[in-house]
Design a protein around this ligand. Sequence first.
Ligand code: NAD
Ligand code: WQD
Length: 340
Amino acid sequence: MTILVTGGAGYIGSHCCVTFLEAGHDVVVLDNLSNSNAESLKRVETITGRSVLLEQADIRDQAAIEAVLSRHNCTAVIHFAGLKAVGESTENPLSYYENNVVGTHRLLSAMAKTGVHDLIFSSSATVYGEPQRLPLTEDHPLAPTNPYGRTKLMVEDMLRDVAASDPRWRIGMLRYFNPVGAHSSGLIGEDPLGVPNNLMPYIAQVAGGRLDKLNVFGNDYDTRDGTGVRDYIHVVDLAEGHLRAYEALGRLEASQNSFAVNLGTGNGHSVLEMVKEFERASNRQVPYSIAARRSGDVAECYADTQMATDFLSWQASKDLRDMCADTWKWVVKNPKGYQL
Ligand code: NAD
Ligand code: WQD
């Protein structure tokens, strides 16, 4: 029983490979390496002492996916592959619709053709758009505010339709909040190309001296210190959530053969709290200045975690201190990321 992990060389996928291998599953990775480095998978092998095969291919290539699924007798797919930068998605929406929507369509077609019906999909809390109430429950209206978020919602809708069409499908959609942190070995972590868009890798590069200072995007939000509040979740907890979701597929009924669930901690932290905690973990200063709000940002966003607790028997176990300490360990050990 082999699980195909699309996008498995990337940040979240590589951590997921560790979790699944350590739980005794066999995994094969399909990745075009457009935003990752095969070195991450060598590190996964070092951590787990198990081998991981990389099939370098593109999810838009249906024939290639069919060949990989058949060659390795795959029984399930965990689907991370796709593009994820909100800003870039507004500048180049067609490549987001192509990689995320068309790519997932091709993947599903290949799965249908080869008789593989179990799927876990990386969705995002971005599908909720501007929160109308907090914490965000899974039945909150879905109204993404940017092309990236709309690709995630389109894929969710496609998956619900596919599941409803044939009871053999079993599909889990996981709505991640803000994944951060790294494996505690310091061997794998987030390795963004160029200047990071997201807060945690940006802070880490400031602490490590690669960037001068952080721009805090707005300090006049209606939050406890005026800066944006998010639900940061340790990537190893997130990976564990995938294992629980994969196990939950086996408990699905034919009449209810898909689910969408939040993966967050349920706790919000502000930008300035993140800075303070990272300074503590790294014992370095993180200079910052207050800048204008970033367009499209909301004041606060955090998960309701009840469904994950009840349905997946999963809860995040790591706190902000672990998230910052593990990120710092990764940065210190790999100042240039996976570039050797
Ligand atoms: P990542 O960029 O590190 O990983 C994505 C992987 O997919 C990369 O290895 C990349 O090379 C590969 N890929 C991209 N397009 C491909 C294609 N057409 N064919 C084959 N491989 C392709 O990103 P990540 O942070 O690990 O995110 C993984 C998934 O989780 C994505 O679908 C993302 O949208 C989703 N997600 C991420 C976050 C986050 O903040 N990191 C939050 C919510 C959801
Ligand atoms: C967090 C907070 C910023 C950078 C994004 C996507 C979302 C999901 C996760 C994929 C906000 C502030 C940031 C900086 C700052 N990805 N900030 N200075 O925007 O919550 O979520 O990543 O699905 O879809 O939108 O995360 O890390 O960019 O920002 O002050 O240099 O940090 O304003 O309050 P975000 P983020």
